[in-house]
Design a binder for this molecule. Sequence first.
Ligand code: NAI
Ligand code: OAA
Length: 341
Amino acid sequence: MAKAPVTVTVTGAAGQIGYALLFRVASGQMLGPDTPVRLKLLEIPQAVKAAEGTAMELDDCAFPLLDGVDITDDTNRAFDGTSVALLVGARPRAKGMERGDLLEANGGIFGPQGTAINEHAADDVRVLVVGNPANTNALIARSHAPDVPPERFTAMTRLDHNRALSQLAAKAGASVTDIKKLTIWGNHSATQYPDIFHAEIAGKKAADVLGVAPDGSGGAAADDHQWLTEEFIPTVAKRGAAIIEARGASSAASAANAAIDHVHDWVLGTPEGDWTSAGVPSDGSYGVAEGLISSFPVVSRHGRWEIVPGLEINDFSRARIDASVQELIDERETVRSLGLI
Ligand SMILES: NC(=O)C1=CN([C@@H]2O[C@H](COP(=O)(O)OP(=O)(O)OC[C@H]3O[C@@H](n4cnc5c(N)ncnc54)[C@H](O)[C@@H]3O)[C@@H](O)[C@H]2O)C=CC1
Ligand SMILES: O=C([O-])CC(=O)C(=O)O
């Protein structure tokens, strides 16, 4: 028997990421080749026409799995019956705006969207926040949805994870498929910590392959600790800014790709013997303050993210995880003081 269509809501549908994302969702790359999708596109009134143009192109693809497209500027209607909510639309940082201003502007978007999800979404709703600052926007949305299990609100760090995979593979002369158990910890910001100390390259410990010792004492090659601290970590953490510099616009296709990967793995499971990274509500694991939406090593089993337990954290990693988590604590304090959570 054919499966029932799954309702997927995309906010900011007329934006750059929306344009790169919708066609892949409609083609079945996110939920699998046997799951029809019904799309709901939310935009601000000025961008509804552009979203209609995208919907015309979706029609023109004649995707067999696309069961319908609904375009609206009404938040309640956009989340009616939704099972997958991709919160992409956000207020971009304008010139002269402080981080607090940005958080406040986004509170005006993610608070009402959380409320609408609480009231109108399907019982199995899963939420992925892409719009920046993604972790704290997810926290704001979640705090407005008391009837939705908290673990259904997640923030995207899969793009950072994929960037780290690619950088590590290039350094090791390996394929990305040879690399397992890489982790992004903390915030989707320049403080994030891409951790290679549990990673494996073709079954061997990445730190051994690369001669990187956690205390900087060197290994096979003295330069490799420097590669970790001065190349790998900053390249991954500042990749978004480097793309903006090069392209004149922020990452769009790679961000859409990461959103597809995140939801695909959440719904359909992560492969055995590996894990990925996602911003999920902390249960206090690894000393991360409970309730923060922080990036962790995660697997998905039976449709739920689980934080990978029991990893040993060396002092090098500890300091970097703590710094990124502190930034999340500070953002939480700011939105609390603004009455947004
Ligand atoms: N977590 C991550 O790894 C990444 C996050 N991002 C973030 O994703 C967000 C979107 O990026 P782009 O698509 O490139 O931006 P964009 O500016 O091209 O598109 C954003 C769209 O959101 C819409 N929008 C604004 N407020 C809205 C609201 N209240 N409801 C519905 N739609 C609304 C705008 O009209 C616009 O069409 C940005 O915040 C960006 O910083 C981008 C790359 C990676
Ligand atoms: O900084 C931005 O707006 C884009 C972003 O999050 C990224 O590419 O990681």
